[in-house]
Design a protein. Sequence first.
Length: 53
Amino acid sequence: MRSPSAVILPSLASIFGVFLMRQNLMALVPVLVLFLFFQKNFIQGMLSGSLKG
């Protein structure tokens, strides 16, 4: 028979993992939206900096 702590700890780890994934997604979405919105400017800036003359 399992002890109560052996059952509680994995469930807490899975809840904490879901919490971390949600935070990462919340941090990624605004950056991704800004990149998609300004993608043309980013590519033009990279190309103009790499071309000579």
